[in-house]
Design a protein around this ligand. Structure first.
Ligand SMILES: [Zn+2]
Ligand SMILES: [Zn+2]
Length: 332
């Protein structure tokens, strides 16, 4: 009676549950480092070239581990659940066929007859594949090995070769800021229509002001990524222009004065200080702002104004800084 069940268990020592790709052909992966657990996607063609003993790298923290340790927590949970279901169903089917055999062996004309019945029909033993998470917008092609991967937010490293993709990521962030900035008026019209002028003004102001912060932070991350071979730097150093200048001068012999004109430097200084006051003083001008930025157009107590034009200027200047850093780093 139990032979079929024992056989079913023997055959279930390893059950493989397929993992689905998303519409663009990407497979979900997750950094196994408990401090990070960054979720990203790697293209299926890329995964086909990865051997069992190859390592993968986390795009966010560069943690490295063997290729088979990058299943997402969700895939593992769902996989366990599905494997359990399959074993349960296999056992059910085995008991059912075992019971059938037992019943057939009973002699019809004996004094006592026994029969066993297992309720329910035959159950599925084909695993249901684990679904892919939603597609991610930022798709990256590694400059080093041309691997295709996708992330949400930002990534610094290629998951296949570990190449530092700071340049690519920064270009993507600049492009995103520009798109947002270019579309402020479209957003304004849409919100005015649905919720009124006040709401529209509030939201559009916030979109523009976030642009300045995203630009400064994006450049900070870019510098941090590019500086990895040049030693340590103080925490948040690449948020401050004088330290950006100092550190790159030390590393490459070139700094802000080599990359920007005097006028551009002063404009950038004002923009960086505007960002500072928005982040740390809710946009209210104080004496420190006036001294540090050299901006004479405000008096203490006023609210800073960031315009769409400011964002355009910031993007142009950051692009220039990026080219400066690139040529500096490449010349070493
Ligand atoms: Zn990680
Ligand atoms: Zn790569």
């Amino acid at each position: 009676m139990f032979e079929d069940a024992i056989e079913a268990l023997e055959n279930s020592k390893s059950i493989s549950i397929p993992i689905e790709e998303d519409k663009k052909g990407y497979i979900d992966k997750q950094c196994p480092s408990e401090d990070c657990e960054f979720i990203f996607k790697l293209h299926k063609y890329q995964l086909e070239t990865v051997e069992e003993n190859d390592k993968l790298y986390c795009p966010f923290c560069r943690h490295e581990a063997l290729a088979d340790s990058w299943y997402t927590i969700e895939q593992i949970e769902k996989g366990k659940e599905e494997a359990f279901n399959i074993i349960k169903n296999k056992l059910h089917n085995a008991f059912k066929s075992g019971a059938g055999k037992f019943n057939r062996r009973q002699k019809k004309n004996s004094f006592i007859s026994m029969s066993i019945s297992v309720k329910g029909g035959i159950k599925r033993i084909q695993p249901i594949p684990i679904e892919a998470a939603e597609e991610m917008q930022l798709e990256i092609n590694c400059e080093g090995c041309s691997a295709k991967f996708a992330v949400i937010g930002s990534a610094y490293f290629c998951p296949v070769c570990g190449h530092n993709s700071a340049t690519q990521t920064f270009s993507d962030s600049l492009r995103k800021i520009q798109t947002k900035n270019d579309n402020v008026e479209v957003v304004r019209t849409a919100i005015e229509f649905s919720s009124g002028k006040d709401e529209a003004e509030l939201i559009c102001r916030s979109i523009i002001e976030t642009g300045i912060n995203d630009g400064v932070m994006g450049f900070q991350r870019y510098c941090e990524g590019k500086y990895t071979n040049f030693g340590n730097y103080p925490f948040n150093a690449f948020q401050r222009l004088h330290q950006i200048d100092e550190l790159w001068l030390k590393a490459t012999g070139k700094g802000l004065n080599d990359w920007l004109t005097k006028e551009e430097s002063s404009t950038l200084k004002i923009l960086y200080n505007k960002r500072h006051i928005l982040s740390h003083n809710e946009g209210l001008v104080d004496d420190k702002y006036i001294t540090k930025s050299g901006d004479k157009t405000y008096k203490a107590g006023q609210r800073i104004v960031v315009s769409s034009e400011d964002i355009k200027t910031l993007l142009t200047l950051l692009e220039k800084l990026k080219q400066g850093v690139e040529s500096g780093v490449n010349s070493i």
